[in-house]
Structure formats: C-alpha cells, structure tokens
Ligand binder design. Structure first.
Ligand code: PLP
Length: 375
C-alpha cells in the first residue's frame, strides 16, 4: 500500500467544477487583481477568525513583512522568536533591519517555551513573534501576559494556523496582527502563493492595504511610504475562497486520520505530539520524535510510506542567521537542536483512508519496537 504525503489531485478533483467556472469567468471579464474574489476571501477569513480586518497579499512571507512594517518594526528593534521554523518567519525580521532573538521551544508541542522569554528581554525588545507551528497555537495566554507586563507588541506567525483557536479565540486576536500562508501544501492551499494579514487595528489595516500596492495612499500614484508589489490575483483568491468552504470538513478528516496514528502509537517508544489544553489542532503536520529518525524515514520509504522533516536544521545554524546566535546572554537552544535531529512528519491529509493511516502507523510501531530491542 502506498501512503502519499499529500494528494493535490484529489483535492482539485473535489472542487474542480467550481474552480474551472470561476477561472473561466475571471478570464472572460479580465478582472485579474483585487476584485470580487479578493473581497470575498477577505470577508470570509475575517469572519472565520473573528477579526475586524483581513488583507490579502501575495504570500505568507509578504503578510509577515508587511504587517511588521505596519507595526513599525525596524532597525534597532529586537524581536523574540524561535529558530525551529520555516525561514520566512525570521527572514522578514532581518529584511526590515531588526534583530531576531532566538529562544528555545517545548519538546512536545514544538512551540516557543514561554518560560524562556523573559530572560531574552532587553531594553531594545520591541515585539514577540510567536510561531503557531504544525496546526495549533502557542501558549498564547502566557505570551499575552509577558507582553503586557513588558509593554511588547505581539505579532503572530499564523502561516500554519488557519482556523486555530485557544479557548475559542482565534489566531489574529492574540496579537496586533497575524500572517496566514496559503502556500500549496497548507491546509488551505492556493495554486501557487498567497497570504493574508489579520488584524483588529484600523491603522495596521490602512497601512497594510497601502503597503501591498507600493505604499500608495488614497490618491492614485501618490505614495505614503516605501512599499511592495503584493496584490493577490483573482485566480488565487477564487481558488482559496472555493476551497475555504471545504476547510472545516477537511480539517475534521485530518483530525480523524491523526487520531488513528495517536491511538496506534500511544504505547510505543516514540515521542508523540501533544495538543495543549483548550487548543484545537488542525494537524497541519503530525510530527513524531525518534532518536533514529533517519533510519525510521528510510524504513518507511522502503514500505512506500512518505514522510518529511520539518525542520532538519534550525535557523541559528544556517550561515545568514549565525550572527543572531551567541553573545553574553546566549543560553543555547538545546531543545530546538535535539528536536531538529529527531522530528519526522507523517502523512496526515484529508484524502488518506483509515487503512492507509493504520498501515503507516503499524509500520512506525514495527520500527520503534525493533529499534528499542537493539538499544
Ligand atoms: C511558519 C511559517 N512562516 C512563514 C511561512 C511563509 O509563507 P509563504 O511560503 O506563503 O511565503 C511559512 C510557509 O511557508 C511557514 O510555514
């Protein structure tokens, strides 16, 4: 039995007739950018996340960059975040001239460890950038408490956290702004790149809308600040708005698939992901930990089961980001480094059958038992 990591063809086939009709209409009317599909997507996402404003942009990376600029992150500012993430989270901080300050993560949720944050605060700290990894929020209440006490801005990297909430309060409401990604492989994936800024702040909304069109003000060809070209195409907005109607059902199925793995592996010698209390989990990734991760991956491959490593090398060990590790206050990132060596993400999408998930889980269990017996 083959267990694929993703099945984009099956996803397309579910929505093909609606998407094909929408694209035909876009070409027939030549309304290619920032039109009715953009407005629909923005409205639908603002409603889903219960925020006042949603601003569509070209990618998740642009969402983060533009919202940070709209929140005045710039040279001289320090932004506290983690190194166990996709590079974009930190890349944009550096591009804006600010300094990322890395703190360690929790081993079983992969998210920022709030108990490590206060040690990293200096007079230059301007913001905390929690990254809601793999489909659940970080410990948002603790982050909010720390931010309030130290007068810091919270900016959420919600690239992997569409439809995620804590205690019923959705991403985008825990900080001044949040950025979603619609990259192809996300729970809500475009036919290419796309992103969205979520905010309750009118000024962040106004500046973000301006920044996505070169910093243009209310009057055409008059500019308020240096901006970007980051309009979302109508084709992407239509694909996303149509798929968004399926998201709840797709996420529910992901949850069922995840539960098959969790039940099958609960008594095995393997690190399972933990969902924090009062969080929902949308299972963007189902990531386990094993000290012989590379052997496990090879064993699964031999058995036709795909898997992926998110993320193999933490950011502070990559050349461009080394300068942000070290210094007198540096305490190292032991959990981040251990997890990077041990993490393995298993197929968990909505188009897997129960049999495929059970087979993949059985093979993981088989490997864990043989690995334990030779230890
Ligand atoms: C945690 C995280 N931050 C930022 C991004 C950047 O999003 P994009 O690829 O849409 O630019 C991604 C996704 O790729 C991500 O997973």
């Amino acid at each position: 039995m083959r267990v694929p990591f993703l099945d984009l063809t099956a996803q397309y086939n579910e929505v093909k007739s609606e998407i094909d009709a929408a694209i035909a209409e876009i070409f027939a009317t030549s309304a290619f950018v920032l039109g009715k599909w953009n407005r629909k997507l923005e409205d639908d996402l603002a409603r889903l996340h219960r925020v006042k404003h949603a601003i569509a942009v070209n990618s998740g990376t642009d969402a983060l960059r533009i919202m940070m600029q709209a929140c005045d992150i710039g040279p001289g500012d320090e932004v506290i975040t983690t190194a166990f993430t996709f590079v974009a989270s930190v890349e944009v901080v550096v591009q804006l001239g600010a300094t990322p300050v890395f703190v360690d993560i929790e081993e079983d949720t992969f998210n920022i460890d709030p108990s490590k944050i206060e040690d990293a605060i200096t007079p230059r700290t301007k913001a905390i950038l929690p990254i809601h990894l793999f489909g659940q929020l970080v410990n948002v209440k603790e982050i909010a408490r720390i931010a309030e006490e130290h007068h810091l801005t919270v900016l959420e990297d919600a690239a992997q956290a569409i439809a995620n909430h804590h205690d019923g309060v959705y991403a985008g409401n825990w900080g001044k702004a949040a950025g979603l990604s619609f990259y192809v492989t996300k729970n809500l994936g475009a036919a290419g790149d796309g992103g969205m800024i979520l905010t309750n702040d009118d000024e962040v909304d106004r500046r973000s809308r301006s920044l996505r069109i070169h910093g243009m003000g209310r009057e055409r060809y008059y500019y308020d600040e240096v901006g970007y070209t980051s309009r979302m195409s109508e084709v992407q907005a239509a694909v996303l708005a149509i798929k968004l109607q399926r998201l709840e059902a797709w996420n529910k199925r992901r949850g069922e698939v995840a539960q098959i793995y969790l039940d099958a592996l609960k008594n095995e010698d393997v690190g399972l992901p933990v969902t924090s209390p009062d969080n929902n989990n949308t299972w963007h990734q189902l990531t386990i930990r094993h000290p012989r991760r590379d052997d496990l991956m090879a064993f699964l491959k031999e058995n036709q089961i795909d898997s992926g490593i998110y993320y193999p090398v933490p950011l502070h060990l990559h050349e461009p980001y080394r300068p942000f590790a070290g210094g007198p206050a540096w305490r190292g990132l032991p959990v981040t480094e251990k997890v990077s060596n041990e993490c393995l993400s298993l197929p968990v999408h909505q188009h897997l059958s129960d049999e495929q998930a059970a087979y993949a889980a059985m093979k993981v269990a088989e490997f864990c038992r043989s690995a334990t017996s030779v230890r």
